[in-house]
Design a protein around this ligand. Structure first.
Ligand code: UDP
Length: 409
């Protein structure tokens, strides 16, 4: 069941809720249409599932549409995704044509009825072509790490992006040379969702039993789609370092996303690497395994997010919220969440991750302190209520394009 604003009061305090109501009143009844490329799997779907009901409760007519595409389209957009993250990909003229053709067919099918149209990530970015005809306010929301994008893909997308009224990035490090205003909005987690709410110990124990995990030995966990940019093999290498001194277990749990066609191949690579060690558990979770993921993180001693590139990495905040120290790649949005040495450790290699894991396993007191600090850091910066307020403020800013300061009457 969707949480109500009132439910968040106990978590974030009355002031935050009151302020949210006050700012939201200024954009009441506006239709905010979100458009992305998958309804399940990955961080964007995770956020929208929780955010849309809350926006509606605030009087904003939020909606969410998903574009359609065939397998070839999602292969093209996955190649874009990888190339924007700096990987070398072959991008052919035929692929660009397929992107354009899929954009055209979505434009023919989608009912673009928002006053503000919030388009998430590159897959649906081309929908902006309709703006010249229908007007409205259009925002391109980039969730990915574009700190070092492949210029061919970025230059293909840039003319689309510059038709928007504004672009939103997750950290200042992703800002681009664009002719349109850019806003920085960090993503968020929902403390009341099944993924993050408090759980009973008994349920956690049952989940451990179900997946044959030993409750009496340390558990290192990474929850991620099976994607090379999440570096699951690097996590295995780090675990092997820790394992030499501590009888720990490793859990790599993830599912697929309908817009990510590479998952199966990466999963197979991981399974091969893990096959020789019964203490490496590789779980392919079905969608909507939120309660179980919640339990698995709560049962963990250390959480890793050893990404090579990362737009934000909701999994980091999800773990910090549960008071787990997190070892994460020193990239993208992970750097905002892990304050090195305070809420976890930022690492640049598998060896580094392994050494930090050893350090945390040797010092449970330090691990506990980091977990506490991590929880506070998320509470202050990365909860859904702050995220909703930021979007409301961007909507207001777009309605006052010539004002540097918007005065609330
Ligand atoms: N997630 C999930 N099931 C999985 C793997 C991941 O529900 O099998 C969730 C994870 O808990 C997080 C989101 O999917 O909420 C992933 O978001 P993140 O920003 O970490 O990475 P993305 O997949 O968007 O690159």
């Amino acid at each position: 069941m969707a949480a109500t604003l009132e439910d968040y009061r106990d978590v974030v305090g009355l002031d935050v809720i009151e302020e949210l109501r006050i700012v939201a009143a200024h954009v009441k009844h506006r239709r905010l249409q979100n458009i992305n490329s998958t309804s399940v799997g990955g961080g964007v779907a995770e956020i929208l599932t929780r955010m849309v009901p809350l926006l509606r409760e605030l009087g904003i007519e939020a909606s969410w549409d998903v574009i359609r595409g065939d397998e070839a389209f999602f292969q093209v957009t996955k190649a874009f995704h990888n190339a924007l993250h700096g990987r070398v990909e072959e991008i052919t003229a035929q692929m660009l044509d397929h992107y354009r053709a899929t954009t055209a067919s979505n434009l023919a099918q989608l009912n673009l009825d928002g006053d503000v149209i919030l388009v998430h990530d590159p897959q649906p970015a081309g929908l902006i072509l309709r703006k010249r005809e229908i007007g409205r306010h259009w925002i391109w929301r980039c969730h990915i790490d574009v700190s070092t994008p492949d210029p061919r893909v970025w230059n293909f997308l840039k003319p689309y992006i510059e038709e928007y009224d504004a672009a939103i990035f997750s950290t200042p490090g992703f800002a681009q040379h664009l002719s349109v205003p850019q806003y920085m909005v960090t993503p968020s987690i929902d403390p009341l969702s099944e993924k993050n709410k408090e759980l009973e110990e008994r349920f956690i124990e049952e989940v451990l039993l179900k997946y044959h995990l030993d409750p009496d030995r340390p558990l290192i966990t990474q929850i991620s789609r099976f994607d090379r940019l999440k570096d699951p093999l690097g996590v295995i290498a780090a675990y092997r370092i820790a394992r030499k001194r501590y009888p720990c277990q490793l859990l790599l749990a993830g599912g697929g996303a309908s817009d990510d066609p590479e998952g199966e191949i990466v999963l197979r690579e991981v399974q091969e690497q893990a096959a020789s060690d019964p203490d490496i558990h590789v779980l392919l979770l079905p969608p909507f395994s939120d309660l179980e993921i919640n339990a698995l993180v709560r049962a963990s001693t250390i959480v890793m997010q050893k990404s090579i590139k990362e737009g934000f990495g909701l999994t980091v905040s999800e773990a910090l919220w549960k008071k787990k120290p997190v070892i994460g790649g020193a990239v993208g949005g992970i750097r905002l969440q892990i304050i090195d040495g305070v809420t976890g450790f930022l690492v640049h290699s598998s060896e580094g991750a392994g050494q930090r894991a050893l350090q945390l396993l040797a010092d449970p007191d330090m691990a506990r302190r980091m977990g506490e600090d991590g929880h506070q850091h998320v509470k202050q910066n990365f909860l859904l209520t702050r995220h909703v307020k930021d979007y409301v403020l961007v909507m207001m800013a777009l309605e006052h394009p010539d004002e540097d300061v918007v005065h609330l009457e």
